[in-house]
Design a protein around this ligand. Structure first.
Ligand code: ZN
Length: 359
């Protein structure tokens, strides 16, 4: 018979953070007033945006808040690096900010996320493009000493994704956002592998949602096309689902595996050639091949949504691509994937890239 002293102490612990209010659709930018009234605990509102995104949505948000007599100010920032981060944080601190609104494609939301984290105030995410899943995740990508690293930020309390705003950006960004979600397919294979080989915690509910998001876009790939607001709607909804899977897992694992490591390696080896979702697409074709999965089907889907699947289409040199695949595992050694924990041999990397037609 068990006595209480023989029962193993239960010590499992998990922390999950979710977004409370999500608005997606035509004209939802107007909702900023009610979202602000609900979340502002006092002080002023800091709107973090860039030069272009100020014109696309930042100024409009400031005008809407001003019309509602809500004290606000705009901080213009450049890329998500240490210098811009300390500038934004200083301005927000000095002005007594009680809430941060990030308005932009990615880097402005990253800066806003990290500033909200430092100041311990609520963050509202207003994406101007559905180009990747960072708009709905708690992770912030900040460039420190030339490296972009994913760091802890805060989960947005609210996301306002206005399809009328997002339809205005070039189609390339929408394709890239869809590719970022579709790449969950390989991220999940890597997660399962890490679970089997390394005993890493695995959440089947998080994995099911991430996979569902990818499958929805694979099935509806023919509906993702330029100048159609419904396409923005379709992709944004699955970006949000992907964000939920990361919130459940309390990690980016369900949406980020070896394909993301390759994308980060390309950030360094072939900077400013392809955008995040495009790099991830190339990476996932390779890792799907290495997993022995249906890489042909995956590559066809990417092409269907307008993603180019050859490195040279982006001006990425063969050698850079090979080195990216070989060295990607070094970027985040704790994230075990099909890329293993040693450099892939030169021949294996070259072979995978040649067979899949990437080089
Ligand atoms: Zn991504």
């Amino acid at each position: 018979m068990n006595t209480s002293s023989e029962i193993m102490e239960f010590d499992k612990f998990k922390f999950m953070q979710f977004t409370r209010d999500i608005y997606v659709g035509h004209g939802v930018l107007q909702r900023i007033t009610e979202v602000t009234k609900k979340n502002l605990r006092g002080g002023t509102v800091t709107i973090v945006t860039g030069k272009n995104t100020l014109n696309i949505a930042g100024q409009k948000i400031s005008d809407i808040l001003t019309a509602a007599s809500i004290d606000n100010h705009v901080v213009l920032a450049g890329p998500a690096d240490e210098e811009n981060l300390s500038h934004v944080t200083d301005v927000a601190k000095e002005s007594g900010s009680g809430m941060i609104i990030g308005v932009g494609g990615g880097s402005k939301i990253d800066l806003a996320k990290k500033t909200a984290y430092y100041l311990d105030v609520p963050l509202v995410s207003v994406p101007t493009t559905p180009s990747h899943d960072g708009i709905a995740s708690p992770r912030a990508s900040i460039k420190r000493k030339g490296w972009s690293v994913s760091e802890e930020g805060v989960m947005p309390v609210s996301i306002i994704a206005d399809t009328a705003v997002m339809i205005k950006v070039p189609f390339r960004y929408l394709s890239a956002g869809a590719a970022d979600v579709i790449s969950n397919e390989t991220a999940i294979l890597d997660w399962k592998l890490a679970n089997r080989l390394r005993g890493e915690d695995y959440s089947s509910s998080a994995s099911a949602i991430a996979e569902y998001a990818a499958k929805e876009l694979i099935e509806k790939a023919h509906l993702i096309m330029p100048d159609v607001e419904e396409s923005v709607w379709l992709v944004t909804k699955q970006i949000l689902a992907s964000g939920t899977s990361m919130a459940i897992a309390a990690s980016s694992r369900p949406a980020s595996g070896g394909e993301h490591l390759i994308a980060h390696a390309l950030d360094m080896l072939a900077p400013n050639k392809a955008i995040h979702g495009e790099q991830v697409a190339l990476g996932s074709i390779v890792t799907m091949f290495l997993h022995g999965g249906n890489w042909r089907g995956l590559a066809d889907t990417y092409r269907k949504i307008g993603i180019k699947t050859r490195a040279e289409d982006y001006g990425i040199k063969e050698e850079s691509m090979i080195q990216a695949v070989r060295s990607a595992h070094r970027i985040r050694p704790e994230r075990f994937t099909i890329l293993g924990d040693m450099d892939l041999s030169y021949n294996a990397a070259e072979n995978a890239l040649k067979i899949t037609g990437i080089i």
